[in-house]
Design a protein around this ligand. Structure first.
Ligand code: GLP
Length: 247
């Protein structure tokens, strides 16, 4: 895996934002794969800053026909619920970039049958030709999307149970109370993630240093789902010095 080390989270966000905007210009027909979480907040903010700096025809090219698929969504939250990933994407990306909301897709967390919804969602990704550039954050337990350990490379899009650790990690939007975070989510699996043409694993902050080291150095293992990325031919890890353990 190629490792790109940048000084800080702001520099990481700028670089990832530029890659996403370039992907829209160079491969306008390939859907993007997007993530939520704290790591991605400055990335989308940087996209909103950089987009207006492009010549008008290129801005139009970025917006026209936009199609992206997010990795995951909590089960049981209304898309309008501010704690949902739908709402996060609307607030951080769709609104600030002036995108057509119909092009910013996520699993439907309110579907009556979440497992059937997972099947519908993966079929929609496939019908769109599969993901071109997939952006990933990294969970403290090595999860990508909501593929919690143990998880093998054959795991498809599905409804999953979230670990207590992950719920605690994501408690910010839920009044800081891990127990208030939904217990289930629909997530793209390692199958869909590894089928992307290119992958960017985005990691910032010293808290991720020990898991990132294992992702880079451990042999692929279900205990650290992100280690399966080592098997992909075009993965770039974009990280700040803190996440790479520099003191
Ligand atoms: C969450 C999400 C992932 C996200 C990761 C890291 O649980 N499901 O898509 O990338 O964990 O989150 P953060 O960026 O907030 O550290």
């Amino acid at each position: 895996m190629e490792v790109i080390e940048l000084a800080d989270a702001a520099a990481v966000a700028e670089r990832v934002a530029a890659r996403l905007l370039n992907a829209r210009r160079q491969q306008p027909l390939r859907p993007l794969g997007l993530a939520t979480g704290r790591t991605m907040v400055p990335v989308y903010a940087a996209m909103a800053r950089l987009l207006p700096l492009l010549p008008a025809p290129e801005q139009a090219q970025v917006r026209r026909g936009w199609l992206s698929f997010n990795l995951d969504e909590y089960v049981g939250l209304d898309p309008a619920d501010p704690r949902s990933f739908h709402a996060a994407m609307a607030a951080q990306l769709t609104g600030p970039l002036g995108l057509d909301p119909a092009g910013v897709r996520l699993p439907d967390g309110q579907a009556p049958d979440p497992q059937a919804e997972a099947g519908r969602y993966t079929a929609a990704v496939a019908a769109a030709g599969g993901i071109g550039l997939q952006v990933l954050g990294l969970g403290l337990n090595g999860h990508v999307g909501f593929n919690e350990p143990p998880c093998g490379p054959e795991a498809p899009c599905r409804c999953v149970e979230l670990s207590d650790g992950t719920r605690a990690q994501n408690a910010d939007g839920f009044g800081g109370v891990g127990a208030a975070v939904p217990t289930r989510a629909i997530t793209l699996g390692l199958v869909e993630i590894l089928a992307a043409e290119r992958i960017l694993l985005v990691v910032t902050g010293a808290a991720k240093a020990s898991v990132l080291r294992r992702v880079l150095e451990a042999p692929p293992t279900p205990d650290i789902p992100a280690t399966w990325l080592q098997r992909h031919r075009a993965v770039s890890v974009i990280a700040d010095g803190a996440a790479l353990g520099r003191v």
